[in-house]
Design a protein around this ligand. Sequence first.
Ligand code: NAD
Ligand code: UGA
Length: 476
Amino acid sequence: MNKKIKNICCLGAGYVGGPTMAVIAFKCSHIIVNVVDTNQQRVDAWNANDLNKLPIFEPGLDKIIAETRNKNLFFSTKIEKNISNADIIFISVNTPTKTKGLGAGKASDLKWIELCARQVAKFAIGHTIVIEKSTLPVRTAEVIKQILNESQSKYSVDKEKKTFDILSNPEFLAEGSAIQDLLNPDRVLIGGDNKKAIDSLSEIYENWIVKEKILHTNLWSSELAKLTANAFLAQRISSINTISVLCEKTGANVKQVSKAIGLDHRIGNKFLDAGPGFGGSCFQKDLLNLVYLSESLGLNEVAEYWNQVIEINNWQRKRISKLIIEKLFGTVGGKKIGILGFSFKANTNDTRESSAIQISRDLLEEGAFLIIHDPKVNIKDIEYYLGPNQKRDMQIDSETKGYGCWSFTDNLEKIYQDSDALVVITEWSKYSQIKWDIASKNMRRPGWVFDTRGIINIDEVKKNGLKIWVVGNGEL
Ligand code: NAD
Ligand code: UGA
């Protein structure tokens, strides 16, 4: 008989841990779900009475939290107690790219994973199933296994021998559609070598997902499949972005090309939107992981192949910054440029690796005065990437330092006043509804619109006397 799960603990209340556990609690009212984190502030935000203050914005998340929180879903910093009580533990902590030491710039930093494994080893009681939910380099389960197994001799009290099973259960949700992705996933992947443990985890998902969608593989296939899925998705974006510039140079239109190729069911129509380059915390990190793995195995051609996906992404961002500067007569010093959108995609407040960061930095470097708008991003996150929010006089600033400055507004109309250009970086739906007559009246001339997402009504912009450049379409 496989173990019946009554109590879950999830280490990490982030973009994955929070929504994933909320959906499990929502669909499994018979299971107690404890989400724990070392970050007290984040836990407090998850417990906020005002659901607009949850630490992450995801459509539909607030309703699920309202249904489950403090019934069978709990957020806290009580790590030891909740590890001890758990039948199953999800590890869902951050695994960013290493910034120093061996493998810096490529390998994932596994210090948080290792710490979790050590905490589980110390505080778990009896038999515990440990799940890798974080995205991890292939064969990380081996490391976790070793730490847990070594702990048996150190921490087990004679009669109460600790035992563990380790499974890989990577998450495929995308931010902005996380709740829908969790409620109705294309597949759930479970990698492991112990059938009873696999069945215990499958049973949780079977509360709302048909068995046919729950795939069982060995541990290493599961770990590698997660990296491969992200690499393939990122590769499609870099591919279409290379085509976007060919379109701009030849008079083709990238939307028409995407449609024409996407109707071929072997290619499919998803992930064919040209843009300012992919952002988000995972695509680049997971590609780098694949590059590092290939290099460590001496497979330099394979490493170079995947590295090129990242190179093209960086190139797309740079070419957009360069193009903006060129169109504004080769200088943006002291010019006011509106940045529309700072999150890495619409419907999320996440700014990690957003293309807005690089493009903004390039324009600041050239002395521009940026006024940034985003419906959900917190100004502190922008400060983290661009330095302090400077409300100085742009004239003085550009004269004294030559380096630009930025400010933030949540009032879209403020962004138009005296702007030389507006740059659409995130595809928030409100940007496709901009009233171009109002914007145009307030902008300086010649006023430019740079649409890196292809969401703006071109005719309306032109009708109101502004110039427009659209990714994969060029100057129109
Ligand atoms: P995140 O940074 O939003 O959240 C991680 C949380 O873990 C943080 O709140 C941190 O304080 C906490 N933490 C760190 N060490 C801890 C410990 N020892 N005990 C308890 N809590 C601890 O990260 P995320 O975006 O949720 O990503 C988590 C993992 O999931 C990563 O490996 C990522 O690659 C993967 N992933 C992310 C997404 C996504 O859309 N963000 C999707 C699929 C997979
Ligand atoms: C991505 C994957 O889609 C998820 O399956 C995966 O679980 C997750 O990474 C992860 O492992 O973290 P996410 O990064 O949240 O999800 O968002 P995506 O929708 O994949 O978008 C990533 C980036 O690509 C965004 O900047 C987006 O604007 C860009 N993109 C996406 C394009 O430029 N064009 C497209 O056609 C699609």
